[in-house]
Design a protein around this ligand. Structure first.
Ligand SMILES: [Zn+2]
Length: 155
């Protein structure tokens, strides 16, 4: 919420869509393997339409509420393209917001073949140095959303 608040000021023209977090009392939430302890969130990538306008991610019942939307190796599909600069700003603001609450990001899953374009944005070098992208590839293609795990210290 803090990150989206900052983005509302910094990038008011971008339409953001958050995905699934977890169940109220936690526990298994198929088909997710994680999302059980309240520290995981899926955030849909910001997208541009064919005219380059920021538009809401097309989450509908007939595309798995967005989870079945696919992008090619450049981050394009027939109707949309990934807004890499916007995604970079989202990751930066998530990091800042988490740190301000004495937390942090412990994992950010975003498809490896798309990260190169993300690293070409204004935040690219910072993202490469600070965002904990894994060195493994999830069998589920993470092109339509990023999966984020936060660090929370337990007493
Ligand atoms: Zn996830």
């Amino acid at each position: 919420m803090d990150a989206f608040g900052a983005l509302a000021t910094d990038r008011p023209g971008i339409r953001w869509v958050y995905g699934e977090t977890g169940l109220l009392e936690g526990g298994p939430m198929p088909p997710h393997k994680t999302h059980q302890n309240g520290l995981s969130v899926d955030l849909f990538v910001p997208v541009l339409d064919k005219d380059g306008n920021s538009v809401q991610f097309p989450n509908r019942a007939d595309n798995g509420y967005g989870y079945q939307v696919d992008f090619d190796s450049k981050g394009h599909n027939a109707t949309h393209q990934i807004d890499y600069a916007g995604l970079g700003e989202l990751l930066y603001q998530l990091h800042v917001a988490a740190r301000n609450r004495r937390s942090g990001l412990s994992l950010v899953v975003f498809e490896r073949e798309l990260r190169g374009r993300l690293f070409e944005t204004g935040r690219g070098r910072w993202l490469r140095d600070n965002i904990p992208f894994p060195n493994w590839d999830d069998p589920v293609r993470h092109d339509d959303h990023i999966h984020v795990n936060f660090i929370v210290q337990c007493k």
